[in-house]
Design a protein around this ligand. Structure first.
Ligand code: ATP
Ligand code: MG
Length: 635
């Protein structure tokens, strides 16, 4: 098993070793896994082609590292605890033995359908245990899973299926989301009208929704599983064989099919899970993400299960039946580590204190966030009301591309600071460069966040488009992986993510992260959330345009609120950050993963009400129409 870092000194020591001799460092970590054949060479790389290979010629199967490796000691221990949408419905607990059996059976079902090593399988499913079973069964037989979040439209699903040329689609009849039932299979049917690569569709029965059944193509999961063979030998995989493809959330551009491989991803997701969350035997861990995102891949399924942990999978939404649902789950299972996104925290704050106040959250030890910069107000609320001032918050910065957490506190070990992702994980060598690629060394600097050395969990390519891979990540700055994010290193050497570089605004020569200004706006008691973008300004170069969501406008009226927001920002950051324009809006345009699509707001702020590019990942397009209407009426 992986040894946990347990002191600050231990972290510093490990970090130094990981930088001085990365290959020896990762070789030691990788030793704790089960390899059918050990690697001949640890690493072969250059950032120019670019080519990144880890554990060359090593042979393994990631599922043997989840199951065979743990069964002697943990066969009866819960692997997955599944909490259904309805709190009073029966939950499901799958021990490692039980989960393993299901995985082997479904692996055999797929083999029988003619799906094998290297084939792509699209998974479009609600958060039910069969989703995890399907993905692990793919890994078992060496098929490449491409999981598409089941909130996407038929068009978006079709794009992803076609890009990966998937042979099989795994789905369900319907999905429960709070009080709604979503007809998942209908969406798949619509998508498949335009997908010629798909041969078969396997469907889990979840909602008993009526579905169109295409005899030659469709089959039920439960029927296929009845006579499935219970024995299955894992496919032998090369360390560099593709484990999965996952499309990015598309907040900045057309989604990219990020490719992760078997060996490196396994080592990195497992190592970071254990350390960052300080998972101990017996802990029950809960990540509220959807498995359709990288967070769910690495920190609901692979990272926890590779460590023999107990992981909770939640089918529903945070506000059903009421905004106390997460806290009820924490109490029900005695959750030790809870991991969520700032957008969820902000929405729970706006629902009021009463949902969290009287809950017993004494089992919690660690809180985590991911996905966007967390504003300080939300950080403090999370810390005070959920963590009751005793749980460290790990503000984890990483990307679909990095495969695992890259800059983050280690819970209880690296001291936290609100709004800061703090320090790099061992093996991650961040470097800050200016627009010309010159390194900005030392403390109190700010610029583009790059990484200068490979780590095992990093992406290897963009599916089917190595040129785009090179262009997106390795062409902006020579010999560096460019994250696309802006960052500041403060006087303590701590990293604070400023948001996308495109979102850094320059007002009269002062560079500001949008996150910083939003932070100040969100401090206003009536503000639920906000998004800030720059717009062309004759005198200042760029002006600040703030889109603000308020809870209650009765006190003070619109103008009163705008005035007090400006006052607040002036007080917190200074007059330079005072928004030139404030537009009060009902909601912000968000991706289905809950991220603000600032590029749309930037267009609107510039007075361009069309040309929004690919908006297929937008949750609700009517929000955009309303904002345009408001902008036209004058701000
Ligand atoms: P696309 O690349 O298609 O625009 P995306 O970047 O939103 O989509 P993800 O890979 O899910 O897709 O998100 C990674 C990004 O999320 C990071 O680059 C960063 O901007 C933001 N992010 C993630 N975690 C944090 C964090 N802890 N603090 C600040 N920002 C974060
Ligand atoms: Mg991105």
């Amino acid at each position: 098993m992986i040894d946990k870092i347990s002191t600050l000194g231990g972290y510093i020591h490990e970090y130094q070793k990981s930088v001085e001799n990365p290959q020896a460092f990762w070789s030691r970590i990788a030793e704790s896994f089960f390899w059918r054949k050990k690697w001949d060479k640890i690493l072969d790389w250059n950032f120019t082609e670019p080519k990144i290979n880890w554990f060359l010629d090593g042979k393994l199967n990631i599922t043997e590292n989840i199951f065979e490796r743990h069964l002697f000691t943990r066969g009866d221990q819960p692997a997955i605890i599944w909490e259904p949408n309805e709190p009073n419905d029966e939950n499901r607990v799958l021990s490692y033995n039980e989960l393993f059996l299901e995985v082997k059976k479904f692996a055999n079902v797929m083999l029988k359908l003619g799906v094998g090593k290297g084939d792509r399988v699209a998974i479009y499913m609600p958060m039910v245990p069969e989703l995890a079973i399907a993905m692990l069964a793919c890994a078992r037989i060496g098929a490449i899973h491409s999981i598409v979040f089941a909130g996407f439209s038929a068009n978006s699903l079709a794009d992803r299926i076609n890009d990966a040329e998937a042979k099989l689609v795994i789905t369900s009849d319907g999905a429960y989301r709070g009080s709604k039932i979503i007809p998942i299979k209908d969406i798949v049917d619509e998508a498949l009208e335009n997908c010629s690569s798909v041969e078969k569709v396997v469907m889990v029965q979840r909602t008993n929704t009526e579905v169109a059944f295409h005899d030659s193509r469709d089959m039920w999961w439960h029927e296929a599983m009845v006579n499935a063979d219970e024995d299955n030998k894992a496919e032998l995989m090369d360390a560099e064989d593709t484990l999965f493809i996952l499309y990015t959330s598309g907040s900045t551009d057309k989604p990219k099919g990020i490719v992760h491989t078997c060996g490196g991803y396994m080592v990195y997701s497992a190592y970071t899970f254990k350390n960052v969350f300080q998972y101990s035997d017996g802990d029950v861990y809960f990540c509220s993400a959807d498995i359709g995102w990288i967070t769910g891949h690495s920190y609901i399924v692979y990272g926890p299960l590779l460590n023999g942990a107990t992981t909770v999978m939640f089918e529903g939404i945070p506000t059903y039946p009421d905004a106390g649902r997460y806290w009820d789950i924490v109490n029900k299972y005695g959750i030790a580590q809870f991991y969520t996104a700032p957008t969820a925290i902000r929405s729970l704050i706006s629902m009021g204190q009463k949902y969290v106040e009287n809950k017993d959250l004494s089992s919690l030890k660690v809180l985590g966030t991911v996905g966007e910069p967390i504003n300080e107000e939300a950080w403090h609320w999370y810390h005070d009301h959920v963590g009751k001032n005793r749980c460290p918050i790990v503000d984890t910065w990483w990307q679909t591309e990095t495969g695992g957490i890259s800059i983050s506190p280690i819970a209880g070990i690296i001291p936290t600071k609100p709004g800061f992702a703090t320090l790099p994980q061992p093996g991650i060598q961040p470097i800050i460069v200016d627009g010309d690629g010159n390194e900005l060394s030392g403390k109190s600097v700010e610029g583009n966040l790059c990484i200068k050395y490979p780590w095992p969990g990093m992406l290897r390519t963009i599916w089917g488009d190595h040129e785009r891979f090179k262009k997106t990540y390795f062409s902006t700055f020579e010999n560096l992986y460019f994250s696309g994010d802006g960052v500041k290193r403060d006087e303590d050497g701590y990293y604070r993510i400023l948001g996308r570089v495109d979102d850094v605004i320059n007002v009269s020569g002062h560079r500001m992260g949008t996150a910083e200004v939003e932070n100040a706006i969100n401090e206003h008691p009536l503000v639920n959330e906000s998004a800030v973008v720059g717009f062309p300004h004759d005198i200042k170069g760029q002006g600040i345009y703030a889109f603000v969501v308020c809870g209650d406008l009765s006190t003070g009226g619109e103008e009163g609120i705008k005035t007090s927001i400006r006052k607040g920002v002036t007080k917190i950051i200074g007059p330079i950050a005072k928004p030139d324009k404030i537009q009060l809006v009902r909601a912000l345009p968000k991706t289905r993963s809950g991220k603000i699509m600032r590029r749309i707001l930037r267009k609107i702020a510039q007075g361009d009400y069309s040309n929004f590019g690919d908006i297929s990942t937008l949750l609700d397009t009517s929000v955009v129409e309303e904002i345009i209407k408001g902008a036209l009426e004058g701000v």
